[in-house]
Design a protein. Structure first.
Length: 283
């Protein structure tokens, strides 16, 4: 006959209960579907840095002119475009389903990799491999891009703006504008000025609409089109160079036009408010 000590049995039950609770992850550490898409964003950004290093920088330093640079540059930019797609969909999925408590932090960290580090590194490598570039000056431009994204993401976490808008150029749009400027192969001085101007727009107070509804579909269609242009350019397809130049030029024009429209709208609003104030003061 086996005798069971009640105190010992109770202790075992408590210990087993504690083990079961320990095996369950706290709610703050459980990844949602939106968080998984955000991690895909970070992965694409890291791989963009990898292809920029192994396909552009290392062949240049080793004197290898096998033509790998064009394919690798296209692959790196396509990966940044894929990161933008992940960034677009993780917000949509988070609004439709749910996001974990660490979703906002994951999003900022992933954006820093894909839209801060990756384009800044792209500018740095451009300064090292381009014939008319100055490496140290390009390094300064790359640092400006990286710090602009860091400041923008930090401000995004602290400042509340009106619904439906971003304050400053969104970092995915800014990153794609930076790489478009580099791929357009302008003179070095013009390239650097345009890159610094894009960095300034990211930390400016210019309002940009959030991609929702029809605008989100238009953004996705534009990204897919840009991928096709890059692929045509990478594989030296007929007209691929022209398509690349047209796509890069269109991206730059869009980046320059939106602030002009936003400024004009702000000026018109200011004038309307002054007219209303004057009308209210009249007897």
């Amino acid at each position: 006959m086996t005798v069971i000590d009640p105190d010992t049995q109770a202790t075992n039950w408590v210990a087993e209960g504690e083990d079961d609770d320990a095996e369950e992850l706290p709610l703050s550490l459980r990844l949602s579907i939106a968080d998984t898409l955000t991690l895909g964003n970070a992965t694409c950004g890291f791989m963009a840095v990898y292809f920029t290093t192994t396909g552009i920088l290392i062949p240049h330093l080793s004197g290898d002119n096998s033509g790998m640079a064009r394919n690798s540059a296209a692959t790196a930019v396509i990966l940044m475009l894929c990161a933008a797609v992940f960034d677009l969909f993780d917000g949509l999925v988070a609004r439709k389903l749910r996001s974990s408590p660490m979703g906002a932090e994951l999003d900022n960290l992933s954006d820093l990799i894909s839209f801060g580090l990756a384009p800044a590194y792209f500018v740095l490598v451009y300064g090292m491999v381009a014939s008319d570039a100055h490496e140290r000056v390009a390094a300064v431009g790359a640092i400006v891009v990286l710090l602009a994204v860091v400041l923008r993401l930090a401000r995004f976490s602290c400042v509340t703006v009106k619904d439906g808008t971003f304050q400053g150029m969104p970092s995915p749009f800014g990153a794609l504008t930076v790489v478009s400027i580099v791929l357009l192969e302008l003179p070095f001085e013009a390239t650097l000025l345009a890159v610094v101007g894009t960095a300034w727009l990211m930390v400016s107070r210019v309002e940009y609409p959030k991609p929702r509804g029809i605008l989100a579909v238009a953004v996705l269609a534009w990204i897919v089109s840009a991928m096709g242009m890059l692929a045509a350019w990478a594989f030296d397809a007929p007209g691929g160079q022209v398509l690349l130049q047209m796509g890069c030029a269109l991206q730059i024009v869009m980046a320059a036009t939106i602030p002009l429209f936003a400024t004009a709208r702000r000026v018109n609003t200011f004038r309307d408010n002054r007219r209303e104030a004057r009308a209210a003061q009249l007897p």
